[in-house]
Design a binder for this molecule. Sequence first.
Ligand SMILES: C[S@@+](CC[C@H](N)C(=O)[O-])C[C@H]1O[C@@H](n2cnc3c(N)ncnc32)[C@H](O)[C@@H]1O
Length: 184
Amino acid sequence: MTVNQAIVPNSEESMELPREQRSFPCRTIRGEVLTDRSYPSQVVDVSFGKGLFATRDCPVGTILEKFEGPVVEYSELGYDDTYYALNFLYDGRWKWLLGNTPAIYANHGCAPNAKVNSAQEIEVIRPIKAGEEILFIYNTGTGEDKWDPMWTFDCKCGAKKCMGLVDSYRSWEPEYNDNLTSKA
Ligand SMILES: C[S@@+](CC[C@H](N)C(=O)[O-])C[C@H]1O[C@@H](n2cnc3c(N)ncnc32)[C@H](O)[C@@H]1O
């Protein structure tokens, strides 16, 4: 998962390999996700796995969850890790956070109601009602950012102008702000 941020892997070549050919040890920590949280959100099953949902009405600026866990280099990621890892700038260098909190279950939406801020928190960007799914956009970035093919998926967010296949970084479009999803 990526968040408005570029990827600077240690080994660009490794990104071209199909996932089954990657030799990195898998360090995924799924299954050990912390549940003792005080954030106004909860994990709920959706049609494509799990998602994160608001437990109360939340005004703009509310912190809904936070990515926490070991911070590693790209070269230390197993293929399974990449699915859930968050890349972010850490002391001026690109690092990967192997989340062990419910934040990892937040799905992508083409009409996001949240973003990941510089503290790796999921923050509300438009008012959210209790029971609404929390969605942030995975793939805003510049043409210089490198998209890992392992992140590609067919979006099922239900937005009026859903981008469909999420397979590359795209620049932020103003329509994302008023492109409300059918989920509520
Ligand atoms: C970090 S996981 C999010 C949690 C995931 N739903 C789960 O159950 O583990 C990211 C993956 O979730 C799926 N996903 C996230 N947003 C999606 C969307 N809008 N439509 C379809 N699949 C989505 C994709 O497979 C994506 O690679």
